[in-house]
Structures are given as C-alpha cells and as structure tokens.
Design a protein around this ligand. Structure first.
Ligand SMILES: Cc1cc2nc3c(=O)[nH]c(=O)nc-3n(C[C@H](O)[C@H](O)[C@H](O)COP(=O)(O)OP(=O)(O)OC[C@H]3O[C@@H](n4cnc5c(N)ncnc54)[C@H](O)[C@@H]3O)c2cc1C
Length: 391
C-alpha cells in the first residue's frame, strides 16, 4: 500500500485549488452569515455553484465520458472533494442525484433513462431527492410499505416517505415501493417519480436547527411511468444496495480536510479568550487534532485500496463512525471551551471565525443516524469485518 501522491496527482490538486481560487467568490459560511439571504436564495447560490462545477467538468468525474464524466481516478476524485471541503465551497444542490442516483442509473438503468436523466442532473436543471425511509421503516428498510400498483402499462404509488433531504426543492424523487406485498426483498421495485403532479404532497419538516431542508412525502395514487421503473419489478432491493453502497462509500479525505478548518477556527477562538496555555484545554484540543489525523490516515488507507481497484467494502462503516462521532465530540468541545461565544452565530460583518458552533452542535446529532445509524454500522463491523457470531 503506497500512501504518497504522485507528482501528477499533486499537480491535479494544485490545478483544482487554483480553479477554486479564481471561481469561488465567497466561502459558503459567509453566504450563510449574510442576513440578506433566504433559504431559497441560498439554494440559488448552490445551484449557480453546481453549474460552474459542471461547466468546468468537475461533476460525475469518475463516470464514463459518454455520461459527462472524464474517467477520473479514485485519487483525483478524492483530492477534488478534499479541496472543495477545505475551501468551504457551497454543497451542490444535486448531491443525492449525482452521488446516489447517477451511479445507480449507470449500473442498472436503461440507455434511455441515462440519456433522459443524467444531463439535467449534472447541470442542476432537475434536482433529485431520495424516497427510501418511511415512518416505520428506517434501519429495517426492507419492512417498507409504500406500494406501487399496476395501472395499464404504468404504476400508481400510494404511501408515505419521511426525512426526505432536499425534498422541498426537488423536482424528482427516486422511490422504493412494493410491487409484491408478500416477498420481503423480492417485492420491492425502484421508481423515478416526478414530484410536481397530483397525488404527491411534499411537506417541509422543521428541524432542530430551525431550517426545513427535509420533507415528508405523501403519495396518493401518484403516477410512475413504466419507462421510469429502474430494472425489472422486484429488482429494487438490489438497486437500493448499490445506492447505499455509494451513500456509505468512502468519503476518504474530505471530512478531515473540512475538520482542519473547523479545528483552526476553534483554536483561534480559544486563543482569543486567552485559554490556549491551559493544560486541560491543550489536552482536549490535542486529542481532537490526533483524532482528525487518525481519520485522515484511515481515509488514505481506504483510498489506497480503492486506487488498487477494490470496491468500498464494510470497512466504510469504520469511516462513517469515525467522522460522525468525531463531529459530535468536536462541537461538544467547542461549546465547552468557547462558552457563550459558541452560542453566537457569526455575522458577515464580524471578524470571528466562520464556524457557527451552536448550529454545528445541533446538526452533528444527525450524523450518527443517517446513512445507517452508529448501532447499525457497529453491527456491520461486528458481522462483516470482524466475523463475530450474530443471532
Ligand atoms: C439528516 C438525515 C437525513 C436523512 N435523509 C434521508 C433521505 O434523504 N431519504 C431517506 O429515505 N431517508 C433519509 N433519512 C432517514 C435515515 O435513513 C433514517 O433515519 C435511518 O435509517 C434510521 O432510521 P429511523 O430514523 O427509522 O430509526 P430506527 O431504525 O427506528 O432506529 C431507532 C434506534 O434504534 C436503533 N436500532 C435500530 N435497529 C437496530 C438494530 N438492528 N441493532 C441495534 N440498534 C438498532 C438505531 O440505531 C436507532 O438508535 C435521513 C435521516 C437523517 C437524520
């Protein structure tokens, strides 16, 4: 395993960094701190940023050329993601389309489906959300009850989905629905459903952070066209596993790159309060810095495996636990060390760092739940990495 980057890879990293410097007008945290922005105008900032990335050929980089990709290597993709996070760029609105559905269509879709859906996904002319979880089906996803009944050639979908990230801004949703009520796994099918139609109601959910980035979706006989069924009826579970593989797949270098900036901000705040020389404070900060380095090393190890042609395996559960639990420890420490300062959201006018720690503290609660909770990840590690006996 070689964890060093080649000269070519380092040149690629320098090129991405230079491109970001000339194309990013403001870091994302400054947009968020700007009181003139509304939730919709922030989404518009993200949409414009996605369009720029798309025009520069940075989206879907690892996909085949015919689907907008440029056959980029795993290392180039990881370096790109790390630079984007390091520079505090806006997240593209279509992260679920490009991150999850795009690869699923490339693996399981028809030529017509790829031709129809991938270009507007990359250009952000259509935004996607993910309709998997239901009020009683999260960790145990195969217990889902939303059903799709034949209607001539097509299907009618009835049921409810929940925690639908970016749903309030999405145009399309990829939905797991039952075409067979008896067969637990083999009765699930994968549909592409337009949201703007009678029979679909998207209700925003207000979150603990005060935002409403999620929705709950009610389907009442919503139309799903036959040509928008991915795979055959009953193949939805297999396709969902592809999606989850990408969802949990290796983030490798991006989280440590982002947390470098957060830790820098935290240390600057502690220094400004005159507490940086305290031994207990130094120990706490030192521990976080070391944990972030462990995460980076683990990311490099995963990346070396990916570069050697291995698919992301159950080991990505280790990474998921590392970053999601680290994010909670980091924001816990910020609230403790910065005291009341941590409760104040930065404004675009003040000279404090850009991290809104109270927001990060609240948001980090979600990290140990989505893409499989920490308990589920530990079950996977026990069973598939350590080979421990399970009931
Ligand atoms: C920020 C965020 C964004 C999300 N976005 C989406 C989205 O876009 N689309 C979508 O479809 N879903 C989304 N989800 C839903 C997410 O996938 C589920 O919340 C997750 O799968 C957990 O399911 P649940 O909430 O129903 O909890 P449950 O499955 O009910 O779990 C409750 C508790 O029981 C524990 N538990 C459950 N089963 C076991 C077990 N076998 N062994 C040990 N412990 C167990 C869990 O760890 C958890 O602590 C999102 C969730 C969050 C928090």
């Amino acid at each position: 395993m070689d964890l060093r980057f080649t000269d070519e890879q380092l040149q690629f990293q320098a090129d991405v960094r230079a491109w970001i410097t000339s194309n990013l007008d403001r870091p994302w945290s400054e947009h968020v701190a700007d009181a003139r922005h509304t939730p919709d105008s922030l989404v518009e900032v993200r949409r414009q940023w996605q369009k720029k990335l798309h025009e520069a050929g940075f989206l879907g980089m690892g996909w085949p050329e015919e689907w907008g990709g440029r056959g980029a290597t795993e290392v180039e993709q990881a370096l790109f993601e790390a630079e984007i996070h390091r520079a505090d760029c806006p997240q593209v609105p279509n992260f679920l389309g490009i991150g999850l559905l795009g690869p699923a269509l490339i693996h399981h879709g028809t030529e017509d489906q790829r031709r129809r859906f991938i270009p507007p996904m990359l250009s952000c002319d259509e935004i996607w959300c993910q309709g998997f979880s239901e009020p009683s089906s999260g960790s145990d996803l195969a217990s889902l009850r939303t059903r799709a009944e034949p209607d001539g050639e097509d299907f009618r979908i009835t049921g409810q989905k929940v925690w639908t990230t970016f749903g309030p801004w999405a145009n399309w949703i990829f939905v797991l629905a039952r075409t067979d009520l008896e067969d637990r796994y083999g009765g699930i099918s994968f549909f592409l459903v337009p949201i703007d139609q009678a029979g679909v109601e998207m209700r925003p959910i207000r979150q603990i952070t005060g935002e409403s980035e999620f929705g709950e979706v009610f389907f009442d006989g919503a139309l799903a066209r036959r040509e928008h069924l991915v795979g055959k009826p009953g193949e939805g579970w297999r396709i969902a596993m592809t999606v989850l593989g990408y969802e949990r797949g290796a983030a490798t270098l991006s989280n440590p790159a982002q947390y470098d900036g957060y830790l820098h901000d935290l240390i600057a705040g502690v220094r400004a309060q005159g507490d940086l020389e305290r031994a207990d404070v130094r120990e706490k900060l030192g521990r976080l810095i070391v944990e972030n380095e462990v995460m980076r090393s683990n990311g490099l190890r995963t990346l070396a495996n990916l570069a050697a042609g291995q698919a992301p395996g159950p080991e990505s559960s280790i990474e998921k636990i590392l970053w999601s639990e680290f994010a909670q420890r980091q924001s816990d420490a910020a609230l403790e060390l910065l005291g009341p300062q941590a409760q104040l959201a930065p404004t675009s006018r003040d000279a404090r760092g850009g991290v809104d720690w109270a927001y990060e503290y609240l948001w980090s609660r979600a990290g140990t739940i989505y893409s499989g909770s920490s308990e589920i990840q530990r079950n996977i590690i026990a069973k598939r990495v350590l080979g421990m006996p399970t009931r």
